[in-house]
Design a protein around this ligand. Structure first.
Ligand SMILES: [Zn+2]
Length: 311
């Protein structure tokens, strides 16, 4: 009896640091749960994008003049100016000091804007605009990787800006067009570095390589587990007629990786068959399925309109 008691005591003592460690992680490291809500909000619904036309954006970004948008190139600079102007036309506010340009090294900028919300939480919609430029003397256009993602980001920005023209959203909605993804996610790393401490909780929905005619099902990059964000994104995509698989077949890196912090949650929307087209001459505007992009846009808009942070 006594021996058993001592054993029990030793076990408890051994487990104590573990128990306190676990509870510590839970309180410090958990973003609040996200929920979908059916509460009727004051929304200016059924707005159709007037400024943003996804086809003309993809055709511009993949034109010869934009040179495949590699960082350090004139085409990359043109892309910065082009997105900056569209953010201004849409009427987004700036997140950092002046304007939308967020410098991450001596030559290159992310382009960042936002819709002001009522709380200290944020939802970020992100997509990288840079690409790899020339390969064997030929321009690699990067329509699927990731002009299509940028076109969706811009359309979502215009529509949500109008949706919330009557009443501000519950949280900031940030639109981050990242540069330098193809060079080690430099733009998004600096972005995350610069917003640490700015928000209590944030969610990032990153779009990278979608709308390929042979892309197959939508999936989430490096999808591990089945958290709320995966669940709600999947539901929203399916509600809009898209097929989604949570099979973890696509492995790789994207800007969503830069958001791996306790107070942040991120997801990257991608398609299961993109490996056959990206970083190749085949990645042109001819292989874009615009009806799929419409559905992805609608899914993200619906998710943003229906998501809330729960206590
Ligand atoms: Zn990409």
């Amino acid at each position: 009896m006594k021996k058993r008691f001592v054993l029990l005591l030793i076990t408890i003592i051994l487990l104590l640091p573990l128990i306190s460690c676990v509870s510590k992680t839970n309180t410090n490291a958990s973003i609040k749960n996200i929920q979908l809500t059916n509460v009727k909000k004051v929304l200016n619904e059924n707005y159709q994008a007037k400024i943003i036309d996804k086809k003309s954006i993809i055709e511009t970004l993949t034109s010869d003049e934009f040179e495949g948008r590699a960082i350090g190139s004139n085409g990359n600079k043109l892309t910065e100016e082009y997105i900056d102007k569209l953010f201004r036309d849409i009427g987004l506010n700036s997140l950092f000091n002046n304007g939308y340009k967020h410098k991450y090294n001596t030559t290159s900028n992310n382009i960042v804007g936002k819709i002001d919300g009522k709380s200290n939480n944020a939802i970020i919609i992100s997509a990288h605009f840079d690409h790899i430029g020339y390969q064997d003397g030929k321009i690699i256009k990067g329509a699927i990787d990731n002009a299509s993602g940028v076109s969706v980001l811009l359309e979502v920005a215009e529509i949500l800006k109008n949706t919330y023209s009557l009443e501000n959203p519950e949280f900031d909605i940030v639109f981050a067009a990242f540069n330098g993804e193809e060079s080690g996610r430099m733009g998004s790393s600096k972005f995350v570095h610069d917003i640490i401490g700015k928000y209590d909780n944030l969610i990032d929905i990153n779009i990278d390589s979608v709308g390929y005619i042979n892309g197959g099902k939508i999936t989430f990059l490096n999808n591990k587990g089945y958290n709320n964000l995966n669940k709600f994104m999947k539901e929203s995509l399916e509600n809009n007629g898209l097929e989604v698989t949570l099979d973890n077949k696509i492995l790789g890196r994207s800007d969503s990786d830069s958001f791996k912090r306790p107070e942040m949650k991120s997801i990257c929307i991608i398609e299961e068959n993109i490996k056959e087209v990206i970083h190749s001459e085949k990645d042109t505007s001819d292989v874009v399925d615009y009806s799929k992009l419409d559905k992805i846009s609608n899914s993200i808009i619906e998710l943003v309109e229906n998501i809330t942070y729960a206590d």
